[in-house]
Design a protein around this ligand. Structure first.
Ligand code: NAD
Length: 340
């Protein structure tokens, strides 16, 4: 069984290059979202604890099954712990044997960003050049680089209530081709932007962006509102936008649309797969306001796990571990593993 640790993912991304990695990931995501009906899907299991949430995210395709363990603890950074950490596995459906266990803290950031960029591809104006990001935490650079893989960004405007987070963000992205422009507040930051990413972490229902601040034609990727009583957008925005979600049963409970009450399901334009598969169109008019209300769905984990599995095999990256008895001589002699 293959083990991919953080150092292995680092090696793999260095080998492939982050832009090429994102393009391959987005191709996998497209393929899996287009095959939506072939997957056995469910909302994730979520245990709500005092400071956050602990979740298990399974999904089953025709030949592979995956699940992820992930948390969301917005107060963790005050203790120098990450808000989100994760690991997960990929199994063969033919025999049920897991074939890989992987770190997924990096993979979660990569797949969240890859899916957001894919959604922006369908929902943002073609030729979008200016992106604003509010919340410069762990997810932020990943969001920007995934978008840069699909859009030739010329300007990235950024803002965080924590000045140190803004400094780190600017340092990490300093070598990129786009101009980096720090902001002083969310309202002025988003003026003239094509794509606005909100990636803040705070319990409670907040208005990181107000409807009255928006301009016609803007696209919002809301990734930080992903749990009951944890949202980022003024609900008025949703009432005036084309809203796209990942998996409606889960997003009704966890996404921005939880704030729309009983009529939420009727106000949603589409699930992402419907747009990816061509069943519905994405953006129709240059003046449309569009929202991708992301909470994170298990299919995205599946897409990235199958990608890193094949890349790891191709490049000989990772370690073999003895986690399951896959080399047992007599498959009925489990007891023998203790005695021989
Ligand atoms: P993080 O704690 O590392 O960063 C969050 C940042 O938001 C912090 O730097 C904080 O200072 C900043 N912030 C908080 N309130 C703000 C405000 N009002 N204005 C500006 N900045 C503000 O968290 P992270 O790992 O980057 O995750 C960001 C969010 O994305 C979290 O809410 C997390 O749960 C969510 N998330 C969603 C998905 C998904 O699939 N949709 C996946 C991963 C993470």
């Amino acid at each position: 069984m293959l083990l991919l640790e953080i150092s292995h993912i680092k090696q793999l991304i260095q080998k492939v290059g982050i832009q090429s990695f994102y393009l391959q990931l987005i191709a996998n995501l497209k393929q899996d979202f287009a095959a939506w009906q072939a997957f056995q899907k469910s909302s994730r299991y979520a245990a709500y604890v005092d400071n956050g949430v602990i979740e298990l995210m399974p999904v089953c395709g025709i030949d592979q099954f995956s699940f992820k363990y992930v948390n969301g603890h917005p107060n963790n950074p005050a203790l120098n712990k990450m808000t989100v950490i994760a690991f997960g596995t990929l199994s063969d459906t033919v025999n049920g044997y897991p074939k890989m266990i992987s770190e997924m803290t990096l993979l979660t950031a990569l797949r969240t960003a890859g899916t957001a960029a894919l959604a922006s591809h369908y929902l943002a104006r073609q030729g979008s050049k200016k992106l604003a990001i509010i919340g410069c935490g762990a997810q932020s650079e990943f969001q920007v680089l995934a978008h840069h893989a699909l859009f030739d960004l010329s300007e990235v405007h950024y803002y965080d209530v924590d000045p140190q987070a803004m400094q780190r963000f600017a340092k990490n992205l300093g070598q990129q081709s786009f101009r980096l422009l720090p902001g002083t507040d969310a309202k002025s930051l988003i003026q003239g932007m094509d794509i606005i990413v909100t990636a803040t972490a705070r319990q409670g229902k907040h208005h990181v962006i107000e409807y009255s601040w928006l301009q016609a034609g803007q696209h919002i990727c809301g990734i930080g509102g992903d749990s009951p009583d944890k949202t980022e957008l003024d609900p008025e925005i949703l009432l005036h936008s084309k809203v796209v979600v990942e998996y409606l049963p889960q997003t009704l409970h966890e996404g921005e649309i939880q704030n729309l009450g009983a009529k939420a399901a009727d106000l949603i334009y589409a699930e992402l797969w419907e747009i990816v598969s061509g069943k519905k169109v994405g953006r129709e008019h240059a003046i449309d306001l569009t929202v991708y209300d992301s909470v994170g769905f298990a299919l995205e984990d599946y897409s990235i796990l199958r990608l890193v599995y094949s890349l790891a095999k191709q490049h000989g990256i990772g370690a073999q571990i003895d986690l399951i008895p896959d080399n047992i001589k007599d498959c009925k002699d489990l007891y023998g593993l203790l005695t021989h």
